[in-house]
Design a protein around this ligand. Structure first.
Ligand code: SF4
Length: 711
């Protein structure tokens, strides 16, 4: 079992990067660093680690990269000054209290991170909704997973991925759409490679505008145009219907809405869809046949579906393929959204999104609000809709947010349309930044800096892509005056409660992370994800567990009985229409720019840039373009170019890359303003939102490319 400690104070914990959630064994060293090996007993990775996980130890112990004590800035033009924790808590509490009294609870907003632990998230949520009285709490998971959430909820009735990692070993066909698993989920990709080696009959289909390393193992690669996946999926379903490859019994017994969708699909012939999505009609037919005819088909998808203004439609259209063929709820089958961040799933369970309350409850539902209010012992929860990530920064730019508390994320790098984001950060009266690393661009806007502990200094839990909850354990004490995130929240909350609602001080009195987890787990009782009988003691003795958890075991797969989480118990086909992405190419901006991850970096590189070995894979940001586009624009390999659109401009070298479709260009998301000029790559990306998920269209910006004349 992956239990607490071993010899040499070795602890079992979880890699802090991607949503695969690999188990690690962490041993503290006398020099203040740690060594890390893969945990052979953890069911997510069985000892394997990728380049990022293997080098985790090298990113620890760098005190120069860390925030070690609180700082306060008294006035926007003043320099930040070191402060005591007492002064920092007093200033944070009094700014919150003044904003609530003078401008109302909705003048306060919280912007969090899928890298926080479940316990951190839970207390932020309790503070926002149970003390401040606002639903203005959202997370950077809004940027990556919210369209997957709305896709699941709209079709299957609950935000619950039905598959598990073991399904790679049972699948006859794996359909990967908008996911570069080789880079973003490398250990899962390795598992897929091994499954394919063990079962040469397995078919792998990859749909992506770039022929990524993931596509290197594909039996069929579909070079879909950015944002046009709905046409591809609808045409595949059309072929399945035409060739009688659908499972009529499953559709009849377990779904609703098929007839309406079927009528719409008539216009999506392979030929018509090919015109829209750029995939050859013969390949659409082959993909449909392989998907439907396999004994079990698993789909894996992530940002390439989600980060579009039609992301929810794309999710639903892919899930339709599983419902129409019955490839769900059985070994090797199901629509499996892979989470990007290590605890994106935990944030969804705990209510870390403006649109979710603890235990997958809905803040728009009065009965759900009353249930949570009763659990917390408060009279009521706020009913006014909360602001989602982009809406929050738009409100801030308009002067409607007076205190913005940002934790464990770097919006001055990662949010789209940086001109607006930076204007918003300047406009807010008081920006609180709770952060571990000194390199975050967002710190430049902070009035209060609260130094946080980070991996491997934190205790708590995370949930990975397959709904598996694992313990995160501290191997080192936090450096300097840094504190655990949950503790910082509890400290500020008690100060604020004493000022505005003294009877609620007790709501934030916790002895340790385990006490927070116990309270959170209780909120899941009777809900679809129920793990109210799970505890740190069980996780310590029996290892990581999937939800729902019945007290003895977790459930591997959902919907095996064909009963879904909708009111009727039937899964829904939605009447998904055709919509182009928001950013359209034009004569001026004729290149479709897409962004994504590199194999060896993570987000804005606050940790991975500390590891020399990780910087060698790709040493600098480059614009990748198809050689024909470079010829058309008279550009040479290595030449410095200006990439521009109506939102901003950046400068970087260009390289020829024939893995891209002509007309599509790529820039990695990791480098910010310091490397690219302007405001980093997100100077160019769009804040157009998906109407259901409120996820912004980070994956597509129409741009022009020209030889650079430096500003
Ligand atoms: Fe860490 Fe993800 Fe790599 Fe596993 S696959 S070691 S969780 S980055």
């Amino acid at each position: 079992m992956t239990t607490a400690t071993g010899h040499n104070n070795t602890v079992s914990s979880i890699c802090c990067y991607c949503g695969t959630g690999c188990g690690v064994r962490v041993t503290p060293q006398a020099n203040g660093t740690v060594t890390v090996i893969g945990d052979e007993q953890h069911p997510a990775n069985f000892g394997r680690l990728c380049s990022k996980g293997r080098t985790l130890g090298e990113s620890t112990g760098r005190l120069s990269a860390r925030l070690l004590r609180p700082t306060l800035r008294h006035g926007k033009d003043a320099l930040p000054q070191p402060a005591s924790w007492n002064d920092a808590l007093r200033m944070a509490g009094s700014k919150l209290s003044a904003a609530i009294r003078e401008h109302g609870p909705d003048s306060v907003a919280f912007y969090l991170s899928g890298q926080l632990l479940t316990e951190d998230y839970y207390l932020f949520n309790k503070l926002a909704r149970g003390l401040v009285g606002s639903n203005n709490i959202d997370t950077n998971s809004r940027l990556c997973m919210s369209s997957a959430v709305s896709g699941y909820k709209q079709t299957l009735g609950a935000d619950a991925p039905p598959a598990c990692y073991e399904d790679f070993d049972h699948a006859g066909c794996v359909f990967i759409a908008g996911a570069n698993m080789a880079y973003a989920h490398p250990v899962l990709f390795r598992r897929l490679e091994e499954a394919k080696a063990a079962n040469p009959a397995m078919k792998i289909i990859v749909a992506d505008p770039r022929r990524t390393d993931t596509a290197s193992i594909a039996d069929l690669y579909l070079p879909v145009l950015p944002g046009t996946d709905v046409a591809l999926f609808h045409a595949m379903l059309n072929v399945m219907i035409w060739e009688e490859l659908i499972d009529r019994d499953y559709i009849e017994q377990h779904t609703e809405g098929f007839a309406v969708l079927r009528a719409r699909l008539r216009e999506f012939t392979p030929r018509a869809a090919s015109e829209l999505c750029g995939v050859h009609e013969d390949d659409i037919v082959t993909a449909a046949r392989w998907f439907a005819s396999s004994p079990a088909t698993l789909s894996c998808y992530t940002m390439g579906l989600n980060q579009y203004s039609n992301g929810s439609d794309k999710n639903a259209a892919l899930i339709h393929l599983h419902l129409a063929t019955g490839h769900i709820g059985k070994p090797g089958a199901g629509p499996f959204s892979l989470t990007g961040q290590p605890n994106a799933m935990g944030g969804r369970e705990v209510g870390g999104l403006a649109t979710v309350l603890p235990g997958h409850r809905d803040p728009a539902n009065a009965a759900h609000r009353a249930e949570v209010a009763a659990l917390w012992g408060v009279p009521e929860l706020p009913s006014r809709p909360g602001l989602t990530a982009i809406e929050m920064f738009e409100a801030a730019a308009e002067g409607r947010i007076k205190v913005l508390w940002i934790a464990c994320t770097n919006p001055a790098h990662s949010l789209p349309d940086q001109t607006l984001v930076r204007a918003a950060l300047e406009k807010v009266d008081c920006v609180i930044v709770q952060e571990a690393f000194a390199g975050s661009e967002t710190l430049a806007y902070a009035d209060i800096v609260l130094p946080a502990a980070t991996w491997p200094e934190k205790d708590g839990s995370v949930t990975n892509s397959e709904r598996r909850i694992s313990r995160v354990r501290a191997a080192l004490p936090p450096p300097g005056q840094a504190r655990a995130d949950w503790r910082i929240v509890a400290d500020v909350a008690r100060w604020l409660a004493a000022d505005i609602a003294p009877e609620r001080v007790r709501l934030f009195e916790f002895t340790d992370a385990g006490a927070v987890f116990a309270e959170h787990a209780a909120t899941t009782a009777g809900r679809d994800l129920d793990y109210s009988r799970l505890s740190y003691a069980i996780l310590d003795t029996q290892g990581p567990q999937q939800w729902p958890f019945d007290g003895k075991v977790g459930r591997k797969r959902l919907y095996a009985d064909g009963v879904f989480a909708t009111t009727s118990g039937r899964a829904r086909f939605l009447d998904v229409g055709w919509r182009l992405p928001a950013d359209k190419v034009s004569a001026h901006f004729s290149i479709r720019l897409t962004t994504g991850r590199l194999r060896d970096h993570w987000h804005s590189m606050s940790r991975t840039a500390l590891v020399p070995g990780l910087t060698r894979h790709v040493e600098e940001p480059l614009l990748s373009m198809h050689p024909r586009d470079m010829q058309r624009h008279r550009l040479q390999d290595g030449e410095l170019v200006k990439v521009r659109n109506k939102r901003g401009a950046i400068w970087l070298p260009v390289e020829a890359d024939d893995s891209l479709r002509p007309g599509v260009a790529f820039i990695p998301m990791h480098w910010g303003a310091a490397a690219l000029g302007g405001q980093g790559v997100n100077a160019l990306t769009s804040r157009a939102l998906d109407p259901h998920s409120k996820q912004p269209e980070l994956k597509l910006a129409a741009v022009s490319v020209e030889p650079a004349r430096l500003p």
